[in-house]
Design a protein. Structure first.
Length: 438
């Protein structure tokens, strides 16, 4: 976390001008007007009590749509969160903790970060992990700086990666002078021939998402081999829960593993705050942004924790800084660590297995309905794309009337469905019945 520093109106206007904008509204132009609230419609000067205000806002909240079941993911996933996770992370000493400027004084914070790093390393198979970054897209973008060098100034990214991740990486590349090129897909996964043709002596690295934006499993090991043969770095963006049953990034040759930690005990929360994790081989340890907590012993020989590495060049060498990350998502990282500790390897494996098996059952039921055939033939984890007969918006609207959030619309009229351990067989059967009768 950083300190909040208020600014005056002239300062705010100047900051807007510096980024080519005139008003604060332009800054938030990408947010739909339909979900913006200009102001709470509270009567002025009536002296409403706190109770009356709560009742008023409660009535406003009653207008929100609450779905009884969800078949949508696309980067944010509904999983069961054991009650112990909130019970522990909701304690005041954790919830109100702030980044100490003399880090070693706060052994509790350092230990929580150390345990998170250790679990991420075990989950991904990598040698070292940092204390976390802001979200999965930021983690992917930060990996670009880890790969780039003086002679290798081009980064490749798979077209099958999440579009928001691609745009975030592009933003980082625009600011650092790195050229970004998109490797085309074929039948929903990365085209190997296209990748090989684009790999040359200027390419610093290649990023691929596993599972990808369509839920499909990439041939990650083969992609990594091709990248390494060209002398470039291999970056994998992974769903951490899928690693309960899939091969680790390390087993598939990754130099860097990144991802969004939201599936690890963090609720949907209207889109955040979330958690970006980053892990790498020992050779790239000093290029990891942010901070790394290490274990040592104190003067009495007792177990203790220290900030082993803290690459905060932006404080003293801004012109040479590879990253502007100087903090981490400590509470979200602790939440993920508590979740992983509560679940254990067997629990993660069981959740991943349920996701896999239920998604296949749902895919078989939905694809048996006329017009809803599977778009891709490849293997998938817990998301899959189907064609949609007629108007996809009408299909989703019909499901909404039944209290069901349907699949995420993708290009060419397809729907991306997601099934997790939270979806029951009865819910899947009901979904198929509704689609059949449309």
């Amino acid at each position: 976390m950083g300190s909040y520093i208020p600014c005056s109106a002239p300062e705010r206007e100047q900051m807007l001008l510096d980024i080519g904008l005139r008003t604060v509204d332009e800054l938030f132009a990408q947010i739909s007007d339909g979900i913006k609230i200009k102001r709470l419609n509270l009567p002025e000067g009536t002296g409403m009590s706190e109770l009356e205000v709560r009742r008023h806002i409660g009535r406003m909240a009653g207008g929100n749509t609450r779905f009884r079941t969800i078949f949508r993911g696309a980067g944010a996933y509904r999983h069961y969160i054991p009650s112990i996770v909130k019970s522990i992370t909701g304690k005041e000493e954790f919830l109100t903790a702030y980044t100490p400027y003399q880090a070693e004084i706060s052994q509790g914070i350092l230990q929580s970060v150390f345990e998170f790093q250790t679990m991420i390393c075990r989950l991904t198979g990598m040698d070292v992990a940092n204390a976390s970054v802001y979200d999965g897209a930021s983690a992917a973008a930060e990996s670009v700086a880890m790969c780039a060098g003086r002679e290798r100034t081009k980064m490749l990214i798979a077209a099958s990666a999440d579009p928001m991740t691609v745009r975030t990486v592009q933003t980082y590349c625009d600011g650092s002078g790195v050229q970004l090129a998109v490797v085309p897909e074929r039948d929903g996964t990365t085209c190997m021939d296209a990748l090989r043709s684009m790999l040359d002596g200027t390419v610093a690295g290649f990023y691929v998402q596993q599972p990808n934006r369509y839920g499909l499993l990439e041939d990650a090991a083969a992609l990594g081999q091709a990248v390494h043969e060209a002398g470039a770095k291999y970056v994998m963006g992974v769903n951490p829960l899928s690693l309960g049953i899939l091969k680790t990034p390390a087993e598939q040759g990754a130099d860097i593993a990144v991802g969004e930690g939201q599936p690890l005990g963090i609720p949907l929360s209207f889109g955040g705050p979330y958690l970006g994790f980053m892990a790498a081989t020992t050779a790239l340890m000093r290029r990891l942004p942010g901070r790394i907590v290490g274990e040592t012993v104190d003067v009495d020989g007792q177990r203790a924790f220290v900030l082993t590495l803290q690459a905060r060049e932006q404080h003293i060498r801004r012109e040479k800084a590879a990253s502007n990350i100087c903090s981490n998502q400590a509470l979200c990282a602790m939440t993920a660590a508590v979740y992983m500790a509560a679940m254990g390897p067997d629990g993660l494996r069981r959740v991943a297995t349920q996701c896999l098996s239920k998604a296949r059952y749902a895919a078989s039921r939905i694809s048996a309905i006329p017009g809803f055939r599977l778009r891709y033939k490849g293997e998938f984890f817990h998301e899959f794309v189907t064609e949609c007969p007629g108007d996809g918006a009408a299909v989703l609207a019909a499901l909404e009337k039944e209290g069901i959030l349907g699949g995420y619309p993708v290009e060419r009229g397809g729907l991306l469905w997601c099934v997790t351990e939270m979806n029951t067989k009865e819910e899947i059967d009901e979904l198929a019945e509704i689609l059949l009768n449309l």
